[in-house]
Write a protein that binds this ligand. Structure first.
Ligand code: MN
Length: 262
């Protein structure tokens, strides 16, 4: 389960949020991440599919598995919280978790929030977890649940809130992972410009995000790197280094001696 501690030194980029298990061929995706040398956080949507992804991740030094519980699965998979707790010590990476208030149902929102609170409580006790969080139409509640002094790293994936919510998230200590769909949207572009450089990471959210006709692959984080390079007025290699350094900091444990990933 242990990765060599120096994968970031050997990497060409970071995909902080990729649903490796949901590609037509997870093995092919894994090989492409390995070839491109992109550190890839393989998120999962439910505890019952975690071990499959963990097994895949063992085949590549660049892929780390994340234990997740997608808010939209709270009704169908809510009974898996106990399994989540059992698997929890197996990885420092937690996601995809969060809240999704596209559902107008108050009961569903309440159950999502209770599940998210339970997960955040577990993570806060552990102190070294790295979280990739969904917050569609629910940014304020996500910030309220995670709080302002979360011990660990909380990353808002595909942030789509308001500028005010972005500022609140920054002051609460959140990080952001940016994908290629965001750089194509007016709101995304406006928000990216307001994100502090030292809190930005790259992601694909593949296979949900498409690049042309194909699901985004970890190497497509290059699209975001080129966009950020232009925005920050840096050469692409320096921009890549900023992101790799950010990943290094995001995954450094505050309370434990440094150890290899995950
Ligand atoms: Mn996702």
């Amino acid at each position: 389960m242990t990765k060599p501690p120096n994968i970031v030194d050997q990497a060409n980029g970071v995909d902080m949020h990729c649903h490796v298990d949901l590609y037509e061929s997870p093995r092919a995706l894994l090989e492409s991440a390995e070839r491109a040398r992109i550190v890839t956080v393989a998120v999962t949507n439910a505890p019952s599919v975690y071990l499959f992804t963990e097994g895949l991740a063992q085949l590549s030094a660049f892929v780390v598995p994340a234990l997740g519980f997608h808010p939209e699965l709270v009704e169908s998979h809510g009974h898996e919280l106990q399994l989540f707790e059992q698997l929890f010590p197996r990885t420092r990476f937690i996601g995809e978790i969060g809240l999704d208030y596209c559902s107008p149902d108050r009961g569903t929102r309440q159950r999502q929030r209770r599940l998210f609170e339970a997960i955040i409580t577990m993570c806060a006790l552990q102190r070294d977890k790295v979280l990739t969080i969904h917050s569609r139409r629910a940014v304020s509640d996500v910030i309220a649940v995670v709080g302002h002094a979360f011990p660990g790293t909380a990353i808002l994936h595909w942030f789509s809130g308001t500028s005010k919510q972005l500022r609140d998230a920054v002051s609460a200590g959140f990080w952001f992972s940016v994908n290629s769909a965001m750089v194509l949207s007016a709101n995304g572009v406006r928000l990216i410009a307001e994100m502090p450089r030292e809190r930005v990471l790259t992601e694909t959210d593949g296979p949900f995000v498409m690049v042309g006709e194909e699901p985004a692959k970890p190497e497509d984080t290059q699209i975001v790197l080129r966009y950020l390079a232009n925005l920050w007025r840096l050469p692409v290699p320096e921009t890549t280094q900023v992101i790799l350094n950010n990943f290094q900091r995001a995954t450094q444990s505050a309370s434990l001696p440094s150890k290899s990933l995950p």
